[in-house]
Structure formats: structure tokens, C-alpha cells
Design a protein around this ligand. Structure first.
Ligand code: NAI
Ligand code: MG
Length: 506
């Protein structure tokens, strides 16, 4: 690997040493389950390992939680709710959320390095995650003070008022693509609304959630947030089935999201789901090519394509398609792939070897069906990166829109490109997937932009930008991409239930 500054190529040993040194500094000492404010071992005594996807080395050994641990955590969360958190008012909760934000900011570089080690994302993207995580707590610190009820006008001699009350214990399950950020998207609104929590991080990337608990151990009362690490079927599923959990929030695959919803249905628990996507990005013929290429680059290659919002189906107008594809290919081929701990690196490894196999199996199927792989479609040829789970930026053309590589979420740096001529035909294809999480439009024509934004079946439409997440902008899916909206003021209402109080004035 060569760095952008033109230094000598790195070898495997240099990268391995850098990772070992960084791990020695930032992997937390406390790696137990975090239940009732204590670090404890799993009930079964079983453990599991999390690996560094850049080197393949084991980063840490963790406690593998199961149903007994989930039960302990729910009990701790219920006790904390009954004994203290229920009486903790909004001003106090606001201060606590601000303190959590401050603790994240104060440890920002260590959080970023830990995230890069555990997930493989480039350090600059990890830094952005950490910044956004802190800001998310700050945003919901503010929202905490705005949970007002209503007085409902009525003809009778009565006074009707509403109050928004927390559920009590909520269960939250998060994925591995933005580990700390997803934890903050879940924890901040649930705490703002006055709930206590049992959080299950992804087994691939549990470290930053545990570090967060270590950093805020003295901030929240014991048991307000509990973290049970472990595998989906062992630790996640019991959480979705626990009768003491009154609300579930899940981010991950649509397949597991459906299971979560079915389990919630058995006891009529509330559920918020943020699931997969296969988002279209539409380029109009008037688009500035350089800008369109830059936006496409962010849409599909940010976070190694491991974004639920990834703009993974591109519709470029045929008048500019040839030149656009030339520039996009050049950009894809010049992205700096390498050690994600280095500032210059633009793309690191995928989170795991399983995810590499999954991504490449879609590329293989596309190739078998006669598609053209314009670039990528394999691991980069670089000895220094051989131990890691790397995939080169991949562009695919000449593929049928019904093909499974187009219809299903690949979750890697793989873009399928379609040329269009007729707007209505293009829009019909753009909407012809089961998902509806996000979409993008690139044009300087306001009318076209607005029409396309209205026509696209998606929870978020970005115009002349992509993958941007300003706090307060509701985020969630149409169709099979989910239920509910995160990141916004309305999110706190997903973590409360409305009580009507009807007082007779007779
Ligand atoms: P997953 O949906 O299995 O995992 C997400 C979380 O759910 C993890 O914490 C996992 O432990 C938990 N989980 C797994 N099985 C569970 C169960 N039966 N009950 C409760 N919780 C359970 O996703 P996975 O296997 O990591 O990735 C598979 C594919 O899913 C990816 O290739 C990608 O296409 C998609 N995915 C989408 C995400 C998104 O943000 N939209 C995030 C992660 C994965
Ligand atoms: Mg899974």
C-alpha cells in the first residue's frame, strides 16, 4: 500500500504493529455485561471474540449473554425505573444527556480509534461518527424539555388533557455499521423520554458501546442503561420476547426486523424498525458532472458501502452517461484503500470476512447473469491488505433490474448503474424494489428536483447531496425499510405513550 503523501509502501507487519499498539491503548478494561451499573460475567460463563477486520487479529474477548442475562438486565432496568428514573424530571434528564455528550467529546479520539479497530471504518469517518454521536445526545437533551401535552377543546363541562409517559423498560438492538452512532440514536431519545434501557450491540462491534458505559458509569443512576453483549439468537431474541420489555427498537436486516416485529406482536409491544435499503440515486442531464460524481462517491462508497441508506442503484441520464461513467470509474479506482487508522485512507476493510463473501457472491451472480463489472469486484491486489476483509470499489452495468443483486441489499461498495431517457420509465424502475429508505436527486432544476423528490418512494430524499444527517431531520423507511422515525423530535413520541385525562367539571 502506498500512502497519498507518496511514502514508501506499507507492509503487513507495519499495519499489524500499528493496530496492536493502538489496541493496547484504547481497548477498554471493562468488557463484561453492564447490568445494574456493575460489570458482570455471563450467566453461562461463555465468551466470544471480536476481531479487527484490518488484520484479522482478535481484539478482545467478551461475555456472551443469553436469556438469563437479558432477564437480569430487564429486572435491573425495571428497578431503576421504579426507584429513581420515573421521578427524574426533564431538566435533570437534560443535564445528564449533556454530560453524556461531554464525556463522548472529551474522549473523542479514543472512541474513534476504537471504532476503527473494531469496525474497520476509516479514522476520519469514525471521527465524524463520534462527533455526531455527541451531537445527538445534545439534540435530545434539548428535546427533553419540550415533551408537552395538550388540552383538548371539548363541548362538555370537562377538561381533557394529555400527558406523554415513558414505557418503562425498552429493548434496543443495533447493528455493526455505525456502532457508537447507532447506540446514540437509540439511547438518547429513549432516555430523553424517561425510559430505562437494555441495549444489545452487534456481536461484530461491541466495544464502543461498552466504552461508553465505562465513561458514563458515574453519570446515570445504576440500571438506567444496561448492555448485554452476545449473539443475535442468544441475547437479541430473548430481549424481543421478554414480557418486561414494553417497547422494542431495532436497526438491522429486514429479515430479522420482521422476526422482531412478530415477537413484539405476541405481547402487543410497541416497535420501531430501521431496516435495509436499496436506494436509488437519480442524475438529471443538466447535472454538473463533477458534482454528480462526488455525490455518487459519497452515496455508495462512504463507510465502505455499509450504510443502510447507500445509494446503490444509480440512474444516470443517457445524454451524460458515457462521460459520467468515465469519471466515476476513475474516481472509484483512485480511492485510497488501506489501513483505516491512517488519515489518508478513504476506504478500509468490510466488517468481517462473512460480509466480504456476501458482497462478492452478489457480484459473482451478476457476472454469471452477463452483467459488466466496470471496475472492482474483488479484493484489492495488495499483500499488505491480505489479512483484512477488503473489497475494491465496484461498478456494475448491463444488469437486469430484476436481478437479485439489484433487488437485494448488498451492503458493500457495489453500485449498479442504469441509463435512462424517459422520466416515467426511470421513476417506475427507481421505485421497483421492496425497500424505501432513502433516495437522491442531482439537478440544478428546482422543478425537476421537487417533482422527483415527491415521486420517489423513500423516507428521505437528498437533493444535490447524499448521506447527510442533520439532527432534527426525521429518518426512517417507507415500505419494507421500516416503521417509525428516528433522529427527530417525533422520535421521543415513539418512546412514550399518550395518556388522556378527562376531568368532569360538573
Ligand atoms: P442482523 O439483522 O442479523 O443483525 C443486526 C442486529 O440484530 C445484531 O445486533 C444482531 O445480533 C441482532 N440479531 C440477529 N438475529 C437476531 C434475532 N433473531 N433476534 C434479535 N436480534 C437479532 O444483520 P447481519 O447479520 O449483521 O447482516 C446481514 C445483512 O443485513 C447485511 O449484509 C446487510 O445487508 C443487512 N444489514 C442492514 C443494516 C441496516 O442498517 N439497514 C445493518 C446491518 C445489517
Ligand atoms: Mg445476523
Amino acid at each position: 500500500m502506498t500512502t497519498e503523501s507518496g511514502d514508501a509502501p506499507e507492509d503487513r507487519q507495519t499495519i499489524s504493529d500499528r493496530h496492536a499498539d493502538t489496541a493496547a491503548e484504547v481497548v477498554p478494561d471493562q468488557l463484561g455485561l453492564y447490568i445494574g451499573g456493575e460489570w458482570v460475567e455471563s450467566a453461562s460463563g461463555e465468551t466470544f471474540e471480536t476481531r479487527d477486520p484490518t488484520t484479522g487479529d482478535v481484539l478482545a474477548e467478551l461475555q456472551a449473554g443469553n436469556a438469563d442475562d437479558v432477564d437480569r438486565a430487564v429486572t435491573a432496568a425495571q428497578t431503576a425505573f421504579d426507584e429513581e428514573w420515573k421521578q427524574t424530571g426533564p431538566a435533570k434528564r437534560q443535564k445528564l444527556l449533556e454530560t453524556i455528550a461531554d464525556r463522548i467529546s472529551a474522549n473523542r479520539e479514543a472512541f474513534a480509534q476504537l471504532e476503527t479497530l473494531d469496525n474497520g471504518k476509516p479514522i476520519n469517518e469514525a471521527r465524524a461518527d463520534v462527533y455526531l454521536a455527541a451531537e445527538h445526545f445534545r439534540y435530545f437533551a434539548g428535546v427533553t424539555r419540550s415533551l408537552e401535552g395538550e388540552t383538548v377543546p371539548s363541548d362538555g363541562p370537562r377538561q381533557i388533557q394529555t400527558v406523554h409517559e415513558p414505557f418503562g423498560v425498552v429493548g434496543q438492538i443495533i447493528p455493526w455499521n455505525f456502532p457508537l452512532l447507532m447506540a446514540s440514536w437509540k439511547l438518547a431519545p429513549a432516555l430523553a423520554a424517561g425510559n430505562t434501557i437494555v441495549l444489545k450491540p452487534a456481536e461484530e462491534t461491541p466495544l464502543t458501546a461498552l466504552k461508553l458505559m465505562a465513561e458514563i458509569d458515574d453519570v446515570l443512576p445504576d440500571g438506567v442503561v444496561n448492555v448485554v453483549t452476545g449473539f443475535g439468537p442468544d441475547a437479541g431474541e430473548p430481549l424481543t420476547k421478554h414480557s418486561g420489555v414494553h417497547k422494542l427498537a431495532f436497526t438491522g436486516s429486514t429479515e430479522i426486523g420482521k422476526q422482531v416485529m412478530k415477537n413484539a406482536a405476541d405481547r402487543v409491544a410497541d416497535v420501531t424498525l430501521e431496516l435495509g435499503g436499496k436506494s436509488p440515486l437519480v442524475i438529471f442531464p443538466d447535472a454538473n458532472l463533477k458534482k454528480a460524481v462526488a455525490i455518487t462517491n459519497i452515496a455508495i462508497f462512504y463507510n465502505t458501502g455499509e450504510c443502510c441508506t447507500a445509494g446503490s442503484r444509480l440512474f444516470v441520464h443517457k445524454d451524460i452517461a458515457e462521460e459520467f461513467l468515465e469519471q466515476l470509474t476513475e474516481t472509484a479506482e483512485s480511492l485510497t484503500i488501506g489501513d483505516p487508522l491512517l488519515d489518508d485512507t478513504r476506504m478500509g476493510p468490510k466488517v468481517s470476512t462473512e460480509q466480504v463473501e456476501r458482497t462478492l457472491s452478489y457480484v459473482e451472480k451478476a457476472r454469471d447473469a452477463g452483467a459488466t463489472i466496470l471496475t472492482g469486484g474483488a479484493a484489492p491486489e495488495d499483500d499488505a491488505l491480505e489479512a483484512g476483509s477488503f473489497v475494491s470499489p465496484t461498478l456494475i452495468t448491463n444488469i437486469d433490474h430484476d436481478h437479485e443483486a439489484v433487488q437485494e441489499e448488498i451492503f458493500g461498495p457495489v453500485l449498479e448503474v442504469f441509463e435512462w431517457d424517459d422520466y416515467d420509465e426511470m421513476m417506475a424502475l427507481a421505485n421497483d424494489v421492496d425497500y424505501g429508505l432513502a433516495a437522491g436527486v442531482v439537478t440544478d432544476d428546482l422543478t425537476k428536483a421537487n417533482k422527483a423528490a415527491r415521486d420517489l418512494e423513500a423516507g428521505t430524499v437528498w437533493v444535490n447531496q447524499y448521506n447527510d444527517f442533520p439532527d432534527g431531520m426525521p429518518f426512517g423507511g417507507y415500505k419494507q425499510s421500516g416503521i417509525g422515525r428516528e433522529r427527530a423530535r417525533e422520535t421521543v413520541y415513539h418512546y412514550t405513550q399518550t395518556k388522556s385525562i378527562d376531568i368532569s367539571l360538573r
